[in-house]
Design a protein around this ligand. Structure first.
Ligand SMILES: O=P(O)(O)OC[C@H]1O[C@H](O[C@H]2O[C@H](CO)[C@@H](O)[C@H](O)[C@H]2O)[C@H](O)[C@@H](O)[C@@H]1O
Length: 265
């Protein structure tokens, strides 16, 4: 991985313009992370909102022939569906690849995750262990998902966040599970999945010739790593990355995406 350059918007704009102008590079799968990419990060995940430029871009992309649209998120598909309000036909990959859904004409179409008894028992232990890590620590709280629990530390003082994070990571170790250490979160899932595996499977299933993928967090690196030289991998925000293209934050990314969608429309 290399540190992303401070600004590389010219390169991103040129790459998107070239992709829009080349009808041979279809079908095109546009797969996008949600938090930190289409929606700026906020303290409370329930307050998270997609930027207007992103909503405009998704609506245009959804009606463009030869373009397939997917959102790829750590959120559950139910949460992602409600929050993103994505257009009909959009594929929703949730829980970092553990869940799949589709925005249908009459609402969300999806298969619910089924945990076996061992996984269900493990999920209870994960929830209890992370709740213990949050107990007595101001600004630390636990989010429960269909196959995982997440320790959130964004609102805690740095030393409090560090101690809670260490306890969360130690819990994962003691349970023999690899934790996902994202932006101010430690997530422990009881079913193994990655955005990379989910993206690769979706690409094959849809027969996409080219993929444009954008994301901001460590879990998005798994998706970037599956892309080839003719695909576009876009890192949003600071941090080390394997992505070739970069932009400063969700606002600049969504402005690029909206321009790209207008060029295709
Ligand atoms: O894959 P994503 O769509 O980026 O989802 C990753 C996680 O997003 C949420 O947490 C992140 O965004 C929150 C709201 O801006 C922020 O408060 C938190 O610190 C971030 O880590 C969501 O709550 C998680 O469940 C997702 O896994």
């Amino acid at each position: 991985m290399t540190a992303a350059p401070a600004t590389a918007d010219g390169e991103l704009g040129a790459a998107l313009a070239a992709l829009a102008d080349d009808p041979e590079r279809r079908p095109l799968l546009v797969a996008l992370d949600f938090d930190g990419t289409l929606a700026p990060l906020v303290d409370d995940p329930d307050d998270s909102r997609m930027l207007p430029a992103a909503a405009d871009a998704l609506a245009r992309l959804a009606r463009t022939p030869g373009v397939l649209l997917a959102l790829v998120s750590g959120r559950s598909v139910v949460d992602l569906h409600r929050r993103a309000g994505a257009p009909v036909g959009t594929v929703l990959i949730g829980s970092h690849g553990n869940e799949r859904g589709r925005v249908g004409t009459y609402g969300l179409e999806r298969d619910a995750i089924r945990l076996d008894p061992d996984q269900a028992e493990l999920l209870v232990a994960v929830g209890a262990g992370l709740t213990a890590a949050a107990r007595g620590r101001d600004g630390v709280w636990v989010q429960h998902k269909p196959a995982a629990a997440v320790l959130h530390t964004r609102m805690a003082a740095p030393d409090v966040a560090r101690a809670a994070t260490a306890q969360g990571l130690a819990l994962a170790d003691s349970l023999g599970i690899a934790a996902l250490h994202g932006k101010d979160v430690v997530e422990i899932a009881v079913v193994l999945a990655s955005k990379g595996d989910a993206l690769a499977a979706l690409r094959t299933e849809l027969g996409a010739a080219v993929v444009l993928y954008a994301g901001d967090d460590t879990t998005d690196e798994h998706a970037f790593a599956t892309l080839g030289p003719t695909d576009l991998a876009v890192k949003v925000g600071p941090g080390a990355t394997v992505a070739r293209l970069h932009t400063a934050d969700p606002r600049t990314f969504c402005a690029h995406l909206a321009e790209f969608a207008r060029a295709l429309d």
